[in-house]
Every structure is written in structure tokens, then in C-alpha cells.
Design a protein around this ligand. Structure first.
Ligand code: PMV
Length: 336
């Protein structure tokens, strides 16, 4: 083991949008059901982590140069989960600076991009201290310990977690070329903070009356979605996408306590989208995160038609604008 010296490490990582939804956990941040997501390209977190050897453990976190003590407990919980290889963190001072390329509370999971970028910084610190490089799967595992969905932000274009392993995510090997340029237009219906945190949300599944059928459905949908992505079956792909989005919200609505996160504008967008799809036979689909904002998923060849549909028919339901993103390849180390 080499001596820890003062050093700064940088990385960037994208967020991801789940097509098969992770909802419910067991053990330490392991999912009760498998999930599958598309890695985004433009919506990302850029993180720098300065580590300074010290007699005293210290942690400072800044978001856009503003000190965020409120983030400390989540990061410290992560430190506790990391295991003895990372004990050096408790004997040093860490100064973490992060910046998101997307606005807050937009339905883009900043915890996924944040913990993926932190994990890629941490792997550099680890190799600096222990002289060992970590594999992508190990980095995904580190990210998972911070936020489950972050495990799927290390690689791209699509990642699966909970099928092969509950510990880390792996990229899909067989992706049909028509899915290689998938688009995501994120319609911001509301910019309010989520009314149910994902920790509380996952907890709602512990005693949920539909728990076992949900796990069965997710496993089935994982197989169906994997073959649709492999064979370029965009219509089957879309059918599963929408079933998963509505299942996530149905689970929330039927839990105890119950949550309704959909807004009237969410439903209006879905209704217009389905009419547009039927009228023009264009494979445009929606998915939802644990909130009211709508992710419109489509092929790049339909980009122009979909974007004019958004502009002409949906604008009045999207008071906070649209973020245009697309499929991406994952996290990367940034060298000064
Ligand atoms: O990673 P978490 O704990 O923020 O949970 C994410 C849950 C969903 O975004 C609703 C679904 C998913 O698979 O990303």
C-alpha cells in the first residue's frame, strides 16, 4: 500500500432512465427485482474529489460552489457501506465539488449520476492508495452502495441490474442498431421536489400486497425487453416501457400509505402521445420516473416529427420546458 498524498481526482457520469423499474430493496441496496435502463448522454454530474491525509476525518461537499451540509449524511452512509478497503477515507479530509449539467427536480435522477461520478473518483483514489485498478463491475458495485440506480450509470448504452447479479449492473451485449440512437425528450411538468423520497418509496414494497406479482412481472418484462432490444422490435419495446411506467405508479397508488405523483398534465401528455402514435404510426412511447415528468422515447429517424409534435401539441402541458437527451455510453475519468 502506498502513502496517501494530497491529490484531486475528477470524473463525469450520466444519469439513466429505467425502462424496467427498480422498486423495492433488500439487504444493503440490493433490488427485489431486476431492472434495465438507458444511459443518458447530456444529463450528467461532473465531480472533483480532493483528498488530503489528515489526523482528523473531515468531509466538505459543494454543489455549484455552494456548501451542502445536507448531502453529508447520504455520503457518510455510503462510506460506511464501502468496506475495509476504503478505511483510508476515515483518516483523511475529503473536499467534494459537484456540478450537474441539468436543473434540479426535473425527473432526471441526480443521485444516479452523482454516485456514479463519485465512484469513478473513488476508484482513482483507491488505485492511488492500494495500487489496484478496479473493474467496471466493481465500480458499478461501489455506485450501487450509494444509490441503487447509480449502478446502471457506469456503462452504456443499456444496463441491466438484478438479472445476472444483484451486486452490480452489466451493459447489454446485444443491442440492435435501431436502438443505438434512441432519444429521450424529458417534459418537465413540475419542478417541485419529489413528494416521496426513493428511500420511502422502496420501503413501500416491503409489505405490498402486489409484491410477489410485481417481482414476477419484472422478471418476465426483463426477458421480453432484452429480446426486443436485441431483435429491433421497437413496438414490443414500447409496450413494455409503458406497462412498467404505469406499474410503478400503480404500486405507489396502492401502497400504504398511498401516493399519487401523476399530475393532470402528465395524463394529458400520455393521451396526446397515444393519439399521435395511432394517427401516424410513429413509435413514440413514454416512461415515468417516481414523479410527474414524462420521458418521451423515440428513434432518431423520427426526431423531426416528434419534436414538432411536442412543439405544436404538448407545449401547453409542459410549463417548465423540455430537456432533449439521448442514449449515452457511460461514465469517464476526467484528466486535468
Ligand atoms: O436509485 P434510487 O434509490 O434513487 O431508486 C430509483 C427508483 C426509480 O428511479 C423509480 C426506478 C429506477 O429503476 O431507476
Amino acid at each position: 500500500m502506498s502513502q496517501l498524498t494530497k491529490n484531486t481526482f475528477k470524473a463525469q457520469a450520466p444519469s439513466n432512465i429505467a425502462f424496467i423499474k427498480y422498486w423495492g430493496k433488500k439487504n444493503i441496496q440490493e433490488p427485489i427485482n431486476p431492472s434495465l435502463s438507458m444511459t443518458l448522454k447530456n444529463s450528467k454530474t461532473i465531480t472533483s474529489w480532493e483528498i488530503i491525509p489528515s489526523d482528523k476525518y473531515e468531509l466538505e461537499i459543494y454543489l455549484d460552489d455552494v456548501k451542502k451540509d445536507s448531502f453529508k449524511s447520504k455520503i457518510e452512509k455510503w462510506f460506511d457501506y464501502l468496506g475495509s478497503d476504503f478505511d483510508f477515507l476515515k483518516r483523511s479530509k475529503s473536499i467534494i465539488r459537484t456540478h450537474n449539467t441539468f436543473p434540479h427536480s426535473t425527473g432526471i435522477a441526480s443521485s444516479a449520476s452523482a454516485f456514479a461520478s463519485l465512484s469513478l473518483c473513488l476508484t482513482q483514489i483507491h488505485s492511488h492508495v492500494n495500487g489496484k485498478e478496479l473493474e467496471a463491475e466493481q465500480i458499478s458495485e461501489l455506485a450501487r452502495l450509494g444509490s441503487g440506480s447509480a449502478s446502471r450509470s457506469i456503462e452504456g448504452p443499456f444496463c441491466e441490474w438484478g438479472g445476472t447479479s444483484d451486486k452490480f449492473a452489466t451493459p447489454l451485449k446485444n443491442v440492435h442498431e435501431s436502438f443505438m440512437n434512441l432519444r429521450d425528450a424529458i417534459c418537465i411538468v413540475s419542478n417541485e421536489k419529489k413528494s416521496v423520497s426513493s428511500t420511502i418509496g422502496h420501503g413501500l414494497m416491503d409489505n405490498h400486497i402486489f409484491q410477489s406479482s410485481r417481482v414476477k412481472q419484472a422478471n418476465l418484462n426483463l426477458n421480453l425487453l432484452n429480446s426486443a432490444i436485441e431483435n429491433g422490435d421497437v413496438w414490443k419495446f414500447g409496450e413494455i416501457l409503458e406497462e412498467e411506467a404505469l406499474t410503478l405508479h400503480s404500486l405507489m397508488m396502492t401502497s400504504s400509505p398511498s401516493f399519487i405523483l401523476l399530475e393532470p398534465n402528465t395524463l394529458a401528455i400520455i393521451k396526446h402521445l397515444r393519439k399521435f402514435r395511432n394517427d401516424y404510426n410513429i413509435p413514440l412511447f413514454f416512461t415515468l420516473d417516481a414523479g410527474p415528468n414524462v420521458h418521451l422515447i423515440y428513434l432518431s429517424k423520427d426526431q423531426q416529427k416528434v419534436e414538432s409534435f411536442i412543439e405544436n401539441d404538448l407545449k401547453s402541458y409542459i410549463p417548465y420546458g423540455v430537456i432533449y437527451d439521448e442514449v449515452g455510453l457511460g461514465a469517464s475519468i476526467l484528466y486535468e
